[in-house]
Design a binder for this molecule. Structure first.
Ligand SMILES: Cc1cc2nc3c(=O)[nH]c(=O)nc-3n(C[C@H](O)[C@H](O)[C@H](O)COP(=O)(O)OP(=O)(O)OC[C@H]3O[C@@H](n4cnc5c(N)ncnc54)[C@H](O)[C@@H]3O)c2cc1C
Length: 500
């Protein structure tokens, strides 16, 4: 008798293939068969080119090396994100958000000391690029890989998301996941509300014990079928639209994402090894798609460039229950926070890892469903707050979009408490620890953001007197950075050692 149970994943975008891969690897030996159904007629979203450092552990857990996947996906190394023009103040036109690393421990302390002193009115330097190695590496177009070949610091990636999906598909099918290319056209439920089976366009009926909804923004199972409540973030995050417009490769190849504020949103610039990913994330309440495209083309100097732009709509928010009945939602179907900090695949990975752990701990039952949902909701909301803060503290006055964002009072109690603590010169580190939110964004990231935009309420009248020796820090960061490969060198090294 076949006692194996089916897990059916609906959707063959990045979320679907990541889910299939991890579920097969972790639950295959516990008696589960994974089947992935992908519509040949409904395209994947086809954007999403940046990651956080967590993606490295996804590949490591699957035993995939960088030389196996990066060259095939035109991937590059990412040291962090540079925010440009979010403030008009000449001292805060640009700041860098580094991925925190153990190597920064000492210099980060100095940075925090300076931030605290500046909150109290001292005119000291709080430019993140003077304190963090990742910022220095990005400035010099260096990778986070040491010349010895060892990994130096924590880092993320840039990649072609379509190719990454294809790469994961090949790998996953090789691992034994059954791949069905057909569209789900009907869904049957059990009396208790669980999903029983899927009717496919090719006539097949697929039954399963567990269904994973990776159908993208349409959320075919979790929302359309089970009616799970969707909690919109729109009152806090105004952006609901995006345009993607690739251009030729940057030379020299950089090692950071750039997020530049425009009139009604912000533009991304992502260096891939064969092209540059560009796009504009904006609010349709403030400008039309045509205006946004013209503004983006002007910024890129691509007014007459004969490449069509791709226009997208974004549904920003999350479901109330990511695991409801016998359905788990992963990817855009479970929710989306706009891509300012490139957190979507991080949430995908975290959702699947947490699910596997909760499902296994409950002996493959729904025993830990409530805690799981609470955990994922908290992470979504925690990340949202960090993104909302960028808009809340922006220092632009030139359009209604930026003024309205700054004046917006819709925000969580958590974010309100963070801003109040910062503005009165309180202990932000203690506030973040007390709120237990450091797992979403560390205190250092919050300091980088608030100092980066120059949100200092106290008048800076006290003497300019550095509390730490910045020149010494800069010198040592400079020296250290020489030990790292250029982005181009690091990628050449990978290409030369490519394993298929
Ligand atoms: C403008 C923008 C920028 C982004 N930037 C980033 C970024 O920098 N970093 C990041 O991590 N993320 C980013 N994202 C998010 C990222 O693109 C997605 O999280 C990721 O691609 C996963 O998408 P998905 O697999 O959930 O959905 P999709 O890619 O939309 O895939 C949906 C799948 O479901 C299938 N499907 C749908 N209906 C049916 C049906 N009836 N039957 C069978 N199959 C069906 C489709 O065929 C498709 O295979 C960005 C998103 C946007 C909109």
């Amino acid at each position: 008798m076949n006692t194996r149970q089916n897990i059916v994943i609906v959707g063959g975008g990045t979320a679907g293939w990541m889910a299939a891969n991890m579920l097969q690897q972790q639950l295959g030996s516990s008696g589960f068969n994974c089947i992935l159904i992908e519509s040949p007629d409904i395209p994947t979203i086809g954007v999403g080119e940046g990651s956080t450092p967590q993606l490295k552990s996804f590949f490591s857990a699957l035993g995939i090396t960088e030389s196996q996947w990066m060259p095939q996906c035109h991937a590059t190394y990412k040291n962090g994100i540079s925010f440009k023009n979010w403030s008009v103040d000449k001292d805060h036109r640009e700041y860098f958000h580094p991925f925190p690393s153990a190597v920064d421990q000492h210099t980060a302390r100095g940075f925090l000391q300076h931030c605290i002193a500046k909150q109290q009115g001292r005119n000291v330097d709080t430019q993140t690029d003077r304190f963090f190695l990742a910022a220095q590496l990005a400035k010099q177009n260096r990778s986070p890989i040491l010349k010895s070949g060892a990994v130096g610091i924590s880092y993320g990636y840039h990649f072609d998301s379509v190719l990454l999906g294809k790469y994961l598909q090949k790998l996953t099918v090789k691992q034994g996941v059954q791949h069905i290319k057909s569209t789900v056209v009907g869904i049957k439920l059990h009396l208790n509300g669980d999903i029983k089976s899927l009717q496919l366009a090719d006539g097949q009926v697929i039954e399963a014990e567990l269904f994973v909804d990776c159908s993208g923004f349409k959320a075919l199972l979790i929302q359309q079928t089970l009616g799970t409540e969707f909690i919109s973030y729109r009152s806090q995050l105004f952006n609901d639209s995006a345009i993607a417009l690739p251009s030729t490769q940057l030379t020299p190849l950089t090692s950071q994402t750039v997020a530049t504020a425009l009139n009604h949103g912000w533009a991304w610039e992502i260096p891939l090894s064969n092209r540059t990913g560009n796009g504009y994330v904006y609010s349709s309440d403030y400008c039309s798609a045509e205006q946004a495209e013209t503004e983006l083309r002007q910024k890129l100097n691509m007014i007459n460039y004969p490449v069509a732009a791709k226009h997208l709509k974004m549904k920003v928010g999350r479901v109330a229950l990511h695991w409801n009945n016998n359905c788990l939602a992963v990817g855009l179907s479970q929710g989306f926070i706009e891509p300012l900090e490139a957190t979507a695949l991080h949430l995908v990975q975290h959702t699947i890892e947490s699910f596997i752990s909760a499902f296994s701990a409950g002996n493959f039952s729904t025993q830990h469903q409530a805690q799981f949902n609470q955990r994922i909701n908290a992470r979504f909301d925690g990340i949202r707050d960090y993104i909302v803060c960028h808009y809340k503290v922006n220092q632009r006055h030139d359009s209604a979009y930026w003024r309205d964002n700054r004046a917006n009072t819709n925000m969580s109690n958590s974010l309100q408490a963070i801003l109040e603590c910062w503005d009165k010169g309180g202990d932000l580190l203690a506030e973040i620890n007390q709120q237990q939110i450091a797992g979403y964004y560390s205190a250092v990231s919050w300091y980088c953001l608030l100092a980066g935009y120059g949100r200092f309420v106290a008048t800076q009248h006290k003497p300019t007197e550095a509390l730490v020796n910045i020149s010494e820090i800069e010198r040592s960061l400079q020296q250290l950075s020489q030990q790292f490969l250029d982005q181009n060198q690091a990628l050449d090294f990978l290409a030369a050692t490519t394993e298929i």
